[in-house]
Design a protein around this ligand. Sequence first.
Ligand code: KG4
Ligand code: ZN
Length: 334
Amino acid sequence: MKAKNILAVETSCDETSVAVVSDGLVKSNVIYTQKVHEKYGGVVPEIASRAHLEKIVPVYQEALGRAGLGLDDLDAIGYTDSPGLIGSLLVGASFAKSLAQALDKPIIPINHIEAHAIANAIDSDIAFPFLCLIVSGGHTEFRICHSHVHTEVLGCTRDDAVGEAFDKIAKMLALDYPGGPQISKQAMQGSPDRFRFPISEVPGLDFSFSGIKTSVMYFLQKNVQKNPDFIDQNLADICASVQKNLVDTLLEKFRLAISQTGIQHISIAGGVSANAELRIRFADMASELGCSAYIPELQYCTDNAAMIAYAAYHKFLENPEGYSYFTVPSARIH
Ligand code: KG4
Ligand code: ZN
């Protein structure tokens, strides 16, 4: 029987990515990361949409070429419909819808956060249901993944996402954007117990990261007033202490989520799951609690279209009709 081939597009933030999945296997996953935002210390939405417009066609051509397929081989087109930057999402959605209409193939809209969680099943033997903590630049969320196509939200952040906390604190320390990898790199040389910051106390499985951000800001202001070189002289220790606070917060909630749900298959996903400290301590926690731990390969942690194509492939199996250009719902931005 002919393989089912899905091409999908991801443009929710600052990565322009197109991937092809055939019968659940990733055949290509081309990712272009927009460097233009570095000089602004964060993603500038208007610039992001323009950069997606410039890159989407060459990235798509490369993805199709690397998969060794032609347009006639495609069975459906997937795309990220939400959440994300509205202008950026619009570029990917318009491209995907135009392609689907021209080929007369179904269109499959995909939720970006759900796709991050489902990425744990790519090339892995993870068993459903599994519990996933999605930690990205825009979201911090617990989900139960009941199947490839059905996930349930258990809790989420009430303000900043953990990636946003990494990025904003990195900015206070004059580190480059994106700040998460920079803090992680500096932290490797520092002492995590040198400085203490308060752990946020939010009931249940929700999170809050605005408190740590404010407390680091006041801590830096106070110390820089006394010693203008305080940050330079203590950078590694500050980064290690901040990282410890954030990872402690995530794992403390994870223990609660495991005890509340009784689910023993656990995973992390999203950009912050690339963090070395989190990966190690998450695996340690799992073995202490007798759980099986899963972490996506690094290429599937940060934004990528393979996770969108993979999620779309499973939605396609469930409902091969999908949506047409005329029936697809408009994006549910949230
Ligand atoms: O999932 P992602 O690529 O994009 C969103 O959907 O937001 O996540 C990006 C976030 C950024 O906040 C970035 O700083 C963070 O992931 N990140 C990291 C690391 N690599 C990426 N945070 C901590 N340590 C890392 N190694
Ligand atoms: Zn993401």
